[in-house]
Design a protein around this ligand. Structure first.
Ligand SMILES: [Zn+2]
Length: 331
């Protein structure tokens, strides 16, 4: 029995391929100008994702924690009443107080998502104007400073926008004006956001990694990057590879070497690029991670035993494989 792949993916791919054909008929220089502008806009949105998703997650965890705490409070009091044990509210609160999240301001209880509140200066809370919100141009027009309090704006915002624009141009150059180019850009920008979030918080949120796995399987229904067979095996093998490393390390050393988010990230790369890409991705990520860690320790920037996020190295290896194929491995 054949899978209903064409029914699911072909209409979407056909629409994009129709647009891509019209786009490909435009002058090449115009194609690149449009692509770079599109990349800059998406890069601006990525800055919001990188900053807000960890805070949104933490707010969710805190809400769940308080819900649990309220329930635990009632349960503990009921138990104390039954057993005549003195349990003070302070004792319960102390036991169930959620840990603070270092470096992140949770703000008040107003809506907090990717759209609200509007972008503002983290120092003086000045709401950014339309001009200030323009990708890259806003940064240049304000000379890298907040227009209200003149505090320097982090270089990471224009850097993310430029990186995203470079990925958009790279996708157009490598895949041409086509559906796989758009899909590859989607993969690359999500990977970029994950790398920054992992560097900041040592988290790889499920809200990004899990949809990336499903998206990888969906785009390969019509073998955009690899066969569906290879994508499914890649997703499973990607997860299991690092799961085995995690348990091996835990049994041998008694501590966790990598996080669960890394399993899901490698599963996503396997789903997009196929299982044949996994050896190269794991090898490149491990080698560059070890080299970076040793260099950072030698320079005094990293202490022995201090955790180093593995996600950015998986992301770099995944991007190299996306754009350069698997020159180190046949297949
Ligand atoms: Zn300001």
């Amino acid at each position: 029995m054949s899978l209903p792949a064409p029914i699911l993916i072909q209409p979407i791919a056909a629409i994009f391929n129709g647009w891509a054909a019209s786009f490909a008929a435009l002058p090449v220089s115009f194609q690149y100008i449009c692509t770079v502008l599109f990349g800059l806009i998406i890069g601006s949105f990525l800055s919001v994702v990188v900053h807000r998703v960890p805070i949104m997650l933490h707010r969710l965890w805190q809400a769940e924690w308080h819900s649990f705490a309220a329930h635990a409070n009632i349960t503990a009091k009921a138990a104390a009443a039954t057993t005549h044990t003195a349990v003070s509210n302070e004792m319960i609160d102390q036991a169930i107080t959620p840990p603070p999240m270092a470096g992140k301001s949770l703000g008040d209880k107003h809506a907090y998502n990717l759209c609200l509140p509007r972008s503002h200066c983290p120092s003086c809370q000045h709401t950014l104007t339309l001009t200030e919100n323009l990708p890259l141009l806003g940064y240049l027009l304000c000379r890298g400073r907040c227009s209200a309090c003149h505090i320097p704006i982090s270089l990471r915002y224009p850097a993310l926008e430029l990186f995203s624009a470079g990925l958009a141009a790279g996708a157009l150059w490598h895949f041409g004006a086509s559906w796989p180019a758009l899909a590859a850009f989607g993969l690359a920008t999500t990977l970029l956001a994950l790398a920054f979030i992992d560097m900041d918080t040592h988290l790889l949120p499920d809200t990004l990694t899990l949809p990336l796995i499903w998206a990888g399987l969906l785009v390969n229904l019509d073998a955009s990057f690899t066969s569906l067979h290879s994508a499914v095996i890649g997703a499973v093998a990607g997860y299991l590879t690092l799961w085995l490393v995690y348990w091996g390390f835990r049994l041998l050393r008694g501590k966790e070497g990598i996080g669960y988010g890394d399993f899901k990230l490698l599963a996503a790369l396997g789903a997009w690029l196929g299982w044949l890409a996994l050896p190269q991705i794991v090898l490149l990520a491990s080698a560059t991670g070890a080299l970076f860690g040793l260099t950072a320790m030698a320079c005094g920037h990293l202490k022995k035993g201090q955790p180093l996020p593995f996600g950015p190295f998986l992301v770099a290896a995944g991007m190299i494989t996306l754009f350069c194929g698997t020159p180190f491995f046949a297949g």
